[in-house]
Design a protein around this ligand. Structure first.
Ligand SMILES: NC(=O)c1ccc[n+]([C@@H]2O[C@H](COP(=O)([O-])OP(=O)(O)OC[C@H]3O[C@@H](n4cnc5c(N)ncnc54)[C@H](OP(=O)(O)O)[C@@H]3O)[C@@H](O)[C@H]2O)c1
Length: 333
């Protein structure tokens, strides 16, 4: 059997190009004792992968040139050397950009495809849902009535963070996104009270109007000058949950913003970064609560699906350019 893989061909400068990736064929490996061979059906594309393409200091080691790109996927067990997994079962894990992967059984999580479509284990009932859950509720510590602002608000993490703020009883809940269609989704699909198009609107004026008493919780997905504008509108005792800095990922040198960190003093604000992996011991709690909100119809989601592994590089580059409308997924064959 042939395994198609997307490997890293070159370290990108700026926005990645399709030539930074290779499509190669390899033999499908056999699982040893304790290992499982998975035939992947869905691949998740995420901004953190841009960091793995670079050798800059980070929390994880970079992907080497010639190695398959790292990524989470959902698929079915094809062959098992681990008695806890049987062929045909659906699992999710760090399986990479490829059709088949051999993984240690202990790194895989079983998914019940009867409860929700299997690919939801890559977003609302997986990594991005859990990121919104812990990043908003644990790090942002919102209270009912708090004004909450989310950047990249219509993306995979942002669309869930806004809905969790509403479930918590916060308001106004304000989202920032980069196109008219996305801003329409914010209020029309994800239940935000106010949507702001950060590319066209005067963000400072729009925030002043939407949050006249200031911003109590800012869920920061983007960083840079947009965050600098939002810091101007903080409320006393504000919390800033630093989830991501996607506006900086393609820059060789980070932008010289935010320059107004003195507002942390003025507003006695707390700014804290987090990594979702640090919450692994609490994933069962997060998944249980996200699943029940989904079942009760309190949570919704939008997927942006690209067909075929060979199209993953273009979909990934498109996501970094803001072309995704929802969680970026690749349907594998
Ligand atoms: N801390 C953690 O453990 C953790 C875990 C998962 C994800 N994250 C972070 O969460 C953030 C969102 O990830 P996601 O998977 O949900 O991706 P996403 O929001 O679905 O897709 C990325 C979005 O970023 C926005 N963007 C790109 N360049 C931008 C720029 N220069 N300024 C402002 N916005 C820009 C685009 O939306 P617009 O069209 O609206 O600009 C794009 O659609 C990322 O920063 C990611 O690194 C962190």
């Amino acid at each position: 059997m042939v395994n198609r893989q997307i490997t890293l061909a070159a370290r990108p400068e700026g926005l990645p190009k399709e030539s930074d990736f290779d499509l190669v064929e390899a033999e499908v490996a056999s699982p040893g004792p304790g290992e499982v061979l998975v035939h992947s059906q869905w691949l998740s594309l995420d901004p953190y992968m841009r960091g793995r393409m670079s050798t800059a200091r980070s929390y994880a080691k970079p992907t080497e040139i010639g190695e398959p790109m790292t990524g989470q996927a959902v698929g079915q067990v094809a062959e098992s050397g681990d008695p806890r997994f049987a062929p045909g079962e659906t699992v999710v894990g760090q399986l990479g950009w490829q059709d088949y992967a051999v993984a240690r059984g202990g790194t895989l999580r079983k998914v019940d495809p009867a409860l929700a479509p299997p690919q939801t284990a890559l977003h609302v009932l997986g990594g991005t849902g859990l990121t919104a859950y812990f990043g908003l509720l644990d790090v942002g510590t919102p209270k009912p009535g708090d004004a909450v602002v989310v950047s990249a608000a219509s993306g995979a993490v942002g669309q869930i963070a806004g809905q969790l703020a509403k479930i918590t009883g916060c308001g106004p809940v304000v989202g920032l996104a980069g196109s008219a269609e996305k801003v329409a989704d914010l209020t029309g699909v994800y239940g935000y009270d106010v949507g702001i198009d950060y590319k066209r609107d005067d963000v400072n004026a729009a925030l002043k109007e939407a949050c006249p008493n200031g911003v109590d919780v800012y869920f920061d997905n983007v960083g840079g000058s947009l965050s600098e504008t939002i810091f101007r509108r903080l409320a006393l005792g504000a919390r800033i949950s630093v989830c991501g800095q996607v506006s900086q990922y393609n820059r060789a040198e980070p932008e010289l913003a935010p320059r107004n960190l003195s507002f942390l003093i003025v507003f006695r604000a707390r700014m804290q970064g987090f990594l979702i992996n640090d919450y692994a011991h609490r994933f069962p709690e997060g998944l249980r609560r996200l699943s029940s909100w989904l079942a009760e119809g309190k949570l919704t989601y939008r997927e942006d699906v690209t067909d075929g592994l060979e199209n993953a590089p273009a979909a990934f580059i498109g996501m970094l350019r803001g072309e995704n409308r929802g969680k970026t997924l690749v349907k594998l064959r």
